[in-house]
Ligand binder design. Structure first.
Ligand code: AMP
Ligand code: MG
Length: 409
């Protein structure tokens, strides 16, 4: 029977060191060209410059009359009507005006327009209430977008506005970074499929399913590797199989100090373990390795540790692999609505509900912060960064927090 180690051979690294190490091994994946209209959530792999001026011809900014500013306040003869989509064939002569609708190209000869509210029309003559300057109420060429202008930059995540901009410019295919394929392996003799009968004492595999969802939310493509027994060869095969078909491998469980915690030695044998312990709660045994240039994250088995470690260490890497120019969650200052007790020995990321109230961010925790209590993640939209220490932070004090979900009021 294997000896139980009394002390981890892995030095304890700080959260900042762990993050820096991971990011130093993370480069954007290759790019591919895809259809603009299915690019929601993808990250641009090249700058987009406008191939044309928008608008491409001078257009009326309002409903009214196109005319020549130089005619001053003199009444004009009204000669026809222009609607959006139409084009004037004849030149507007001095002393003439034409009815024009919003978005219609200005007729040649006209250099301004006047909104209908500032006019009266009687017996085919237009009377205007104020004098105009050339260009008044005209949407000039290139006013919204100039030809050659950079409209979107590399590293931008495509949302509804970006899709609209690309559609405006007629750009129907765009370069984006490839989405990382992320293989996920659950380990543990006690772990069973959520849909199968559960022997007494066994636990259902929540980690793999939660992590697959988290991978998808981060823009990755999850690949399930199932559950591996706590057997060296079984886990070794599963890891190799995962690396064969993915850019990133995540394992759950098997990274602690027990005799059946086999992941760390396996990763060390197959590649390089960059760290195996972080001064971080929940998730001290979180491990990071590279095998043949691929990233491997050994996450702890406790459901909260697994998901919080994913959020803090894996998610930024998945965003960076996709070329996201800002792969980290925003950090804000929150005011505690209740006292917070720190962990004496490690910085702790407590799950909180952040609200924006009366001009500031307030935070309450989600209740007991035990690593086995998955309910401590329910409804959380933030992680409170609590430094290690012995003194309770009273209600009303402020601490930094990561915003991990939409703000609520
Ligand atoms: P380990 O890190 O392998 O020692 O696992 C620690 C504890 O996490 C186990 O005793 C289980 O209760 C729990 N656990 C491990 N794997 C999973 C999983 N895939 N889903 C839910 N809980 C798990
Ligand atoms: Mg285990």
């Amino acid at each position: 029977m294997a000896e139980m180690l009394r002390e981890s051979p892995y030095p304890m690294v700080s959260i900042a060191e762990a993050t820096a190490t991971i990011m130093a091994h993370t480069r954007p994946l290759a790019s591919e060209e895809i259809e603009t209209f299915s690019a929601l959530g993808r990250v641009l792999a090249g700058d987009i410059t406008s191939p044309e001026d928008i608008p491409d011809v001078p257009k009326s900014a309002m409903d009214g009359y196109a005319l020549r500013a130089a005619d001053g306040l003199a009444p004009r003869r009204v000669v026809g009507e222009l609607t959006a989509g139409g084009f004037a064939e004849v030149m507007l002569a001095p002393g003439e005006a034409t009815r024009i609708m919003t978005g219609a190209p200005l007729p040649p000869g006209a250099d301004a327009m006047i909104p209908v509210e500032l006019t009266t029309e009687r017996d085919g003559l237009l009377y205007i209430q104020r004098e105009l300057q050339p260009g008044d109420y005209v949407h000039v060429v290139g006013q919204d977008v100039r030809r050659g202008q950079t409209v979107l930059t590399t590293g931008t995540t495509i949302g509804a506005a970006e899709i609209g901009i690309l559609a405006t410019l007629g750009i129907t295919r765009i370069p984006v970074y490839r989405q990382p394929r992320v293989a996920i392996l659950a380990t543990g003799d006690e772990v069973v499929e959520p849909g199968s009968p559960r022997p007494a004492g066994a636990v259902r595999d929540s980690n793999r399913y939660a992590l697959m969802a988290a991978v998808r939310e981060a823009g990755g493509i999850p690949v399930s590797l199932g559950i591996a027994r706590d057997d060296r060869d079984v886990q070794r095969q599963a890891i190799l199989h995962g690396l064969d078909q993915a850019d990133v491998l995540i394992t759950s469980g098997g990274v602690s100090m027990g005799t059946r915690d086999l992941i760390k030695p396996l990763l060390a044998e197959l590649g390089t373990v960059h760290f195996g312990r972080i001064a971080f709660k929940p998730g001290k045994p979180t491990t990071f390795a590279t095998i043949g240039g691929k990233l491997v994250f050994g996450l702890p088995g406790y459901p909260v540790s697994s998901l919080v470690s994913f959020e803090v260490f894996v998610r930024p890497a998945l965003r960076a692999l996709q070329g996201d120019a800002s792969p980290f969650r925003p950090q804000i200052e929150v005011t505690l609505a209740e006292p917070i007790r720190p962990s004496p020995d490690r910085p702790e990321y407590q799950r909180i509900i952040v609200r924006y109230q009366a001009g500031r961010f307030t935070a309450v925790t989600t209740g007991s912060q035990s690593s086995s209590r998955l309910l401590s993640l329910r409804g959380a939209n933030g992680l409170l960064l609590v430094p290690a220490g012995d003194t309770v932070y009273p209600a009303g004090s402020t601490l930094p927090a990561l915003l991990t979900g939409p703000l609520i009021v």
